[in-house]
Structures are given as C-alpha cells and as structure tokens.
Write a protein that binds this ligand. Structure first.
Ligand code: SAH
Length: 350
C-alpha cells in the first residue's frame, strides 16, 4: 500500500468510513504523502499533459485576455494577477512574455500564485525567475487581500478540488464513502442514512437506481468568493477546465497515472484524482457572489476567437493548435468560463 493509502486505512480503522472528499484531500494534498506534494506530475515522463504544456500559445492568449479585460475596465489601479494551481508555472511565464505588448498592465500587476505543493512552488519560481516579476505565494485565495482588482486564471484547477458523490439507492440518495473490505483494502461503501429528500436538487428527479450526483462544495465556495471580489473591486476571472453544463447521472471521478486511467482506491498519492467540473454550479455560485458570468464556451471556440490561428501560422505550430482546438481533442471537452463585474462589457471571446 502507498504511504497515503496506509494513512487513510489507519484513519478508517479508527473512526469508520470517511467521505470521498476527505479521501481526495489526503490523497492529493497531504504534505508528506499527497500526490501533488510529492511529485511533478506533468509532461511526457509524468502522468498527464495540460494545455500550457502543449503550446506557449495557450498562456500567451490567456495573458492577453487578462490584459484586455484590464484595459476594458479603464486600467484600475493596483491590480492583482492571481493564478490558482499554476503547476510548473508555464502558463504564467508565457502570459507575462505576451503581456510585453501591454507593458503598463505587466508593470502594474502584483503576481500571487495559489499553490499547495512546495515542490511545484519551486518549479514555479524557476519558471518566472527570468521574467523580472517576482511572485508571492498563498495557500488559498482567502489569504490574499480582497480590496484590490482581481485578474485571475485557473486552468485545470477546479477539477482537482474534492467532490462529494451521492448514489441513488432503494433507501434514497446515499453519500459515497471510503471504508475497508474484509481483507483491509480500501473499498467504496455508502452512508447508512440517506440524504433528506428536501436536500436533493430538483434536476436529480428521475435518476435510475445506481445513478450518481456530484457536488464540489469547495469549488462552489471559491467561485462565489471570486464573484464577490470581482463584483466589489473589479477584475476578471477565466476558468478553463473539462466539465459539463448540465449534469448527467454518471460519475466523473477518475484516477490517472502515466497517461492511463488507474484504479481510484488502489494507490492513493500515486495517481492524479480529478472530477469533471460542473460549470452550471460555478456560474450560479459566481452569480450569487454578485458578478456576471459569460460562457461556458468550448476551449476551441474561445482560442479561435482570440486569434490562435494567426499565431499558429506565425509559429508554424498548426499541429499544437489542433491539439488545443480540435473538437475530438481538447477543443470541446474543455470549456472556458469568464467572471466579470455586472456592468463590464463582455470579455474578449465571449
Ligand atoms: N494549471 C496548471 C496545473 C494544473 S494541475 C496547468 O494547467 O498545467 C493542478 C494544480 O493545482 C497543481 O499545481 C496542484 O498542486 C494545485 N492544487 C491542487 N489542489 C489545490 C488546492 N486545494 N490548493 C492549492 N493548490 C492546489
């Protein structure tokens, strides 16, 4: 068993089955044995490849999108440039390079990186060192001052946040938990008590037996907080991730290691765990915070409207462009959602 698996099994032996969200938090973020804390998961030699790793064009266009939003809002003073979960720091480095054409934004911003993993913080510092802008780090958004305009990017961040799952049974909707089987291995189980009927969302009516629904309380709270800050102080947020607008009845939690699906419970800490992002829930949450939401729209449509075709031609990078925008690659499964103040003009691409 992996160190994270042993730690989780000991907790279950002591206190009984734990909610899936608690399992995910230890497996991904435990400072000693969590997945992100103990490895660099990216790239061909790692477990998965993200859009900033595919091509510099991704970070460049995101950087210009943020700078354009700042210009559209009349260049508000003291802007913060925040990235949630910057991975290796590739996106931010490419964004800052592209922002040379909007030098007053680049000069004005203070960069804050929200990153749980100390290993990845080191990689991010190295990526940004040549660019003449020194970032600071925060453990979460709530640590960052709220009284400044917020320009924020989150790529493949919300999918890594812990989710809760509920399964339709004869007893009603029961929460999915992680327990131990007769041999002491981690195994899924269900909460003995069903969810009160009034707590089940209306769009879950008609679920077949064994049907799922998923919630991401931490992700929803974060989207509401982003919406609240942007509504009050201005700014713009861009959330890009794979996900859906209207939930189905299937589960979307998956484990990935070395570019292949893995068993969710077998090797916690050694595989990435993600769930598809519920963009409808994020939109509602940011709206509750007081902001206006645009999208989601497909990543392919979004990048094309921002001019990726011309940039690809210039770089001779049509094959990389196709990976980012083609419907059968990342263009449709990945979605982009923008959060801006209610009175702001629609952001570029939306
Ligand atoms: N945005 C990057 C990396 C995506 S992977 C890219 O596109 O390449 C997810 C990133 O979020 C990693 O950097 C991971 O360490 C970080 N992360 C995941 N959960 C987090 C949390 N709860 N708080 C802070 N950082 C987190």
């Amino acid at each position: 068993m992996t160190p994270a698996g042993a730690r989780i099994a000991a907790a279950i032996a002591a206190q009984g089955p734990i909610p899936l969200a608690q399992f995910m938090t230890v497996a991904l973020l435990d400072p000693q044995c969590g997945y992100y804390a103990t490895r660099d998961p990216f790239g061909a030699a790692g477990d998965f490849v993200t859009a900033p790793q595919v091509s510099q064009m991704f970070g460049e266009l995101v950087g210009l999108w943020l700078a354009q939003a700042w210009l559209d809002q009349g260049k508000p003073a003291r802007p913060l440039l925040v990235e949630l979960g910057p991975g290796r720091g590739t996106l931010m480095a490419d964004a800052l390079r592209a922002m040379a054409v909007v030098a007053d934004f680049r000069d004005a911003v203070e960069i804050v990186l929200v990153e749980a993993s100390t290993a990845l913080r080191t990689a991010q510092a190295a990526a940004l060192a040549p660019l003449g802008k020194t970032p600071r780090w925060a453990r979460e958004l709530s640590e960052i001052e709220a009284d400044r305009p917020l320009f924020l990017i989150a790529n493949e961040f919300f999918d890594a946040l812990p989710i809760r799952q509920f399964v339709k049974t004869e007893r009603g909707w029961c929460e999915r938990m992680v327990g131990l089987d007769a041999r002491g291995a981690l195994a899924f189980t269900l909460s003995p008590v069903a969810l009160p009927v009034g707590r089940v969302p209306a769009n879950r009516d008609g679920a077949p037996p064994g049907g799922f629904y998923e919630t991401a309380p931490a992700g929803d709270a974060l989207a509401e907080e982003i919406g609240h800050r942007i509504a009050r102080r201005g700014g713009a947020a861009l959330v890009i991730d794979y996900g859906y607008d209207v939930p189905g009845f299937g589960e979307t939690l998956q484990a990935v290691a070395r570019h292949a699906f893995a068993d969710i419970l077998r090797d916690p800490g050694a595989s990435d765990l993600t769930a598809h992002v519920d963009f409808g829930a994020l939109r509602d949450a940011a709206g509750r915070g007081g902001a206006r939401v645009h999208g989601p729209i497909g990543q392919g449509t979004f990048l094309r409207r921002l001019g990726i075709d011309a940039r690809a031609e210039r770089l001779g990078a049509q094959a990389d462009r196709d990976r980012l925008v083609a419907p059968e690659q990342m263009g449709t499964l990945f979605q982009a959602l923008a959060i801006v103040p209610r009175d702001a003009t629609p952001p570029a691409g939306f």
